[in-house]
Ligand binder design. Structure first.
Ligand code: PHE
Length: 341
């Protein structure tokens, strides 16, 4: 038996062959096991010789099995190490992480610059009553400005006696809300989404504005001009001249549209140089009726207000020609401008 198994075990080709040999020799019905069972039928003399011999053989076979198994394991490992290998010097695969959207980034920058000048952030609802969006801002029902704004009206059910609601067409209603809530003096900015039914290269039905409002006892247009020039210089990182053009808004008197200095040469807009001008905001001194709507006494207080397009200044800062791209969530576009990894 010894001759039969020990050599066979040493030469077993794989684990399956080894297992077969184990069963045949020392398994329950293996040859060595059967022989051991026969010990009971032997005479004591015979048993004294055969017993230890069989036990020794069993131990030897088990040891040979274990040795061969270990050797096969090593060989398998060697084989794997030879065929598979890992180049630890390979660069890792890029991991794509989310990034801040350019409009959010610019909103944060704008907020931080105005915060340094003492402006607090105020907020208002995007679904607004027509009173806050229009009437309180001196735009009565028949006023042409309502039609000009391409307003989205909320659908109304029959018998609904709540006031009509609109998607706010500008951030100016937040002027009224913060006057009501905080009185005077006050200095707020309100960045947020606004909505108008308009769509082309420079207009999307949803876009972003930042409203500014400063009310105190003797605020003037001069303060407004200083604040805006300070803002643009900080935002564009270069000194930027502004140009005030007389204009008209129902909620400011006098009113001005503000242009920033730039050059259009070579197809790209460069802010802070050249002698072209680009309109970026509307502004003026808060109309007395608007102060009254916000429960502030116009005989005691006055203020300036402005409304600026956030997307527009983001386009200028990053040299982006088409506003619509901001809102299409196209990763290739975002990556091209460095806004996504
Ligand atoms: N609300 C105006 C607009 O959307 C901008 C503006 C704000 C003008 C405040 C004057 C004062 O066009």
């Amino acid at each position: 038996l010894r001759g039969k198994y020990i050599e066979a075990i040493a030469g077993a080709a794989d684990e399956a062959a080894l297992e077969e040999l184990r069963l045949a020799a020392v398994g329950k019905k293996g040859e060595v096991s059967l022989k051991m069972r026969e010990l009971g039928k032997m005479s004591p003399e015979e048993r004294q010789v055969a017993g230890p011999a069989l036990n020794a053989l069993k131990d030897e076979i088990n040891a040979a099995l274990a040795a061969r198994k270990a050797a096969l394991g090593d060989a398998a490992l060697d084989e794997r190490l030879k065929s598979e290998w890992l180049d630890v010097t390979l660069p890792s695969r890029p991991r794509r992480q989310g990034t801040i959207h350019p409009v959010s980034q610019v909103t944060e920058e704008v907020t931080a610059i105005f915060a340094d000048m003492g402006f607090r952030v105020a907020e208002g609802p995007q679904i607004e009553t027509d009173w806050y969006n229009f009437d309180a801002l001196n735009i009565p029902g028949h006023h042409p400005a309502r039609a000009e704004m391409d307003t989205f009206y909320m659908a109304r059910q029959e018998g609904d006696n709540r006031p009509p609601h609109v998607l706010r067409t500008h951030t100016s209603p937040v002027q009224i809300r913060s006057m009501e809530a905080g009185g005077a003096p006050t200095r707020i900015i309100c960045p947020g989404r606004v909505y108008r039914a308009d769509y082309d290269q420079t207009h999307t039905p949803m876009f972003h504005q930042v409203e500014g409002l400063a009310i105190d006892r003797d605020i003037s247009m001069a303060n407004l001009k200083w604040v805006l020039e300070e803002f643009f210089t900080a935002f564009f990182g270069t000194s930027v001249k502004t140009r005030f053009r007389a204009s008209h808004f129902p909620f400011t008197e006098p009113s001005a549209e503000v242009d920033i200095q730039c050059s259009f040469e070579g197809g790209t807009v460069k802010v802070g140089e050249g002698d072209d001008w680009l309109e970026v905001l509307g502004s003026g001194m808060v109309h007395p009726d608007v102060l009254r709507a916000g429960k502030i006494d116009p005989d005691e207080w006055q203020g300036f207000a402005f409304g600026m397009g956030i997307d527009r200044i983001a386009m200028l800062k990053y040299g982006i020609p088409d506003l619509r791209a901001f809102f299409e969530s196209d990763l290739r576009w975002l990556r091209h401008y460095g806004f996504a990894a």
